[in-house]
Design a protein around this ligand. Structure first.
Ligand code: SF4
Length: 151
């Protein structure tokens, strides 16, 4: 659904609204149980069609121009690899535009979260795959970094 992804400002507003809506409940959210299952189902239903979400469990859409970095064939989370073609297409899948080129352009249209694209992202915790990113953010699991990590 690239037409909606090409409206990053609108998506940024929707993200901010969801974040504000969940904030009062965040201390009560826990992993496991029916609440997490409901969140997982909700994320699959919404972020699946909207962003081609791969359920990494550590959502950084707001830091990547509302463009899912996990759709990069190399799942790069810190900018493009060295193989972007001169026309801006992917070296692995030449038919697709580089995910990071799109992320960079879209982030420019996001006044609040757009600058976050400059953040260095820690390595992905693969143990969180398939879990609910909103809950992982609420519990702090999504922000936990490996020992020794220093961005
Ligand atoms: S960053 Fe992770 S949780 Fe967010 S849309 Fe991409 S795969 Fe899904």
């Amino acid at each position: 659904m690239s037409w909606i992804q090409d409206r990053p400002r609108l998506l940024e507003a929707a993200f901010g609204a969801t974040q504000a809506l969940l904030r009062p409940f965040s201390r009560r959210l826990r992993r496991g149980g029916w609440v997490e299952r409901a969140f997982v189902a909700g994320e699959k239903l919404t972020k699946g069609p909207l962003f081609d979400c791969r359920m990494c469990g550590q959502c950084i859409l707001h830091s990547t121009g509302m463009t899912c970095p996990m759709t990069c064939p190399k799942t790069m989370r810190n900018g493009p690899c060295g193989g972007v073609r001169p026309d801006g297409h992917c070296e692995v899948k030449p038919e697709m535009t580089c995910v990071w080129l799109l992320a960079w352009e879209r982030s420019k249209a996001m006044p609040t979260f757009g600058p976050e694209i400059r953040r260095v992202q820690p390595p992905l915790d693969r143990r969180l795959e398939g879990s609910a990113a909103w809950i992982n953010h609420a519990t702090g699991d999504a922000e936990r970094v490996p020992a020794g990590w220093n961005s």
